[in-house]
Ligand binder design. Structure first.
Ligand code: FE2
Ligand code: FE2
Length: 296
C-alpha cells in the first residue's frame, strides 16, 4: 500500500484549529441573510448538516490515520480533525439559535441525518466512506472559494455573527481542502473509487430533475385551474441587485469547479486560493475588533 503521498497544500498554509467562540446572534432577525427567506434557509440548512457531517468526515479519515507515514500529512490530519471538531461545536450552537428562531423543522432533519450517517459509518466500506468525505470536502471547498471570492454573498448578512462564522469556516475549509484527498490518494489511487460518490450524487440529481419535469407541469395546471400558484411566494425581502449579480457568477464558478473533480489528475489545490486565507488573517483576525480574535 502506498502510504507516502506528495503534499500539494502550499507550504504557507498551516492547518490548525483557532480557539474561537462566536457570540449568539445579536438581533435575532429571522431572515438574517439580506432579509431573504430563501437564502437564509439555504445557509441554515448547510449549517444543520455540519455537526453530524463533519463528525462523519473526521471518523472516515481516522479510519486510515495509522496507515499514513508521511509526517507532514500526519500533521495535516491532526489539523483537519481539530478544525472540524471546532466547526461542529460552533455550528451546533449556531443551529440551536436558528432552531429557536423559527427554523425548528431543521432539527428533525438533523436527527434523520444523524441516523443515516451513524448507519453508514457502521455498514459502508471504509474506503467508500473516505471517498464520500473527499467529495463532501470538494463541495465545501467550492462553497468556501465562492464565499471568499464574492464576499457580498456572506457580508449581506445583517448580523455580524453570521458574517464572521461563515468567513471563518470558509477560510478553514480552504486550508484543509486537500487533506482527505491526500489520505485517499495514499491508501487507494483508484480513480473510480474517488469519483463514484460524486457520480452517484449527480445521477440522483438528474433523476430527481427528470421526475420534477414530469410531475410539476400537470400540477401547475391543476393549481392554475384552482386559482393557486404551484409554490407559495417566498417570504422576506427580495435580494439586492449586487447579490443577485454575484449569485450568477458564483453559479457558473460552482459548475466549472464541480466538474473539474472528474479530471484524473485533479487535486483540490489545482486552484491555489491561499491568498484569501492571508487576506482574512490580515483583515479580520489581526484587527482584534471582531469575534475572530484568536485566544493565545
Ligand atoms: Fe468544516
Ligand atoms: Fe472540511
Amino acid at each position: 500500500m502506498n502510504t507516502e503521498v506528495q503534499r500539494f497544500t502550499p507550504a504557507s498554509v498551516d492547518i490548525h484549529a483557532r480557539k474561537i467562540t462566536f457570540a449568539s446572534a445579536v438581533d435575532k432577525e429571522r431572515y438574517w441573510m439580506a432579509g431573504s427567506k430563501l437564502f437564509t434557509t439555504g445557509f441554515n440548512f448547510a449549517s444543520m448538516l455540519f455537526p453530524e457531517g463533519e463528525t462523519f468526515f473526521i471518523k472516515s479519515v481516522q479510519n486510515f490515520q495509522s496507515q499514513i507515514v508521511d509526517p507532514k500529512l500526519r500533521d495535516d490530519i491532526n489539523g483537519f480533525i481539530a478544525q472540524e471538531i471546532t466547526h461542529a461545536q460552533e455550528h451546533e450552537k449556531y443551529n440551536e439559535d436558528a432552531y429557536d428562531n423559527g427554523f425548528y423543522k431543521l432539527r428533525g432533519m438533523e436527527k434523520i441525518l444523524r441516523s443515516i450517517l451513524v448507519g453508514s459509518h457502521r455498514w459502508v466500506p471504509k474506503k467508500f466512506q473516505l471517498s464520500f468525505t473527499v467529495t463532501a470536502e470538494h463541495f465545501t471547498a467550492i462553497g468556501a472559494n465562492i464565499g471568499l471570492q464574492f464576499p457580498d454573498l456572506i457580508m449581506g448578512a445583517v448580523d455580524p455573527k453570521y458574517r464572521e462564522i461563515w468567513l471563518w469556516h470558509a477560510v478553514e475549509e480552504t486550508e484543509h481542502k486537500g487533506v482527505a484527498f491526500d489520505v485517499l490518494k495514499a491508501v487507494s489511487g483508484n480513480y473510480w473509487l474517488r469519483i463514484m460518490p460524486l457520480a452517484i450524487i449527480l445521477l440522483l440529481a438528474l433523476v430527481s430533475s427528470v421526475i420534477a419535469a414530469v410531475i410539476l407541469p400537470p400540477l401547475a395546471l391543476i393549481n392554475k385551474i384552482r386559482g393557486k400558484g404551484i409554490f407559495s411566494k417566498p417570504k422576506g425581502r427580495p435580494l439586492p441587485k449586487s447579490i443577485k449579480r454575484e449569485i450568477v457568477l458564483a453559479r457558473n464558478m460552482f459548475l466549472k469547479d464541480l466538474f473539474s473533480f472528474f479530471k484524473p489528475s485533479f487535486h483540490p489545490w489545482d486552484c491555489d486560493n491561499s491568498s484569501f486565507v492571508e487576506d482574512w488573517k490580515s483583515n479580520y483576525a489581526a484587527t482584534g475588533k471582531s469575534a475572530l480574535t484568536q485566544e493565545a
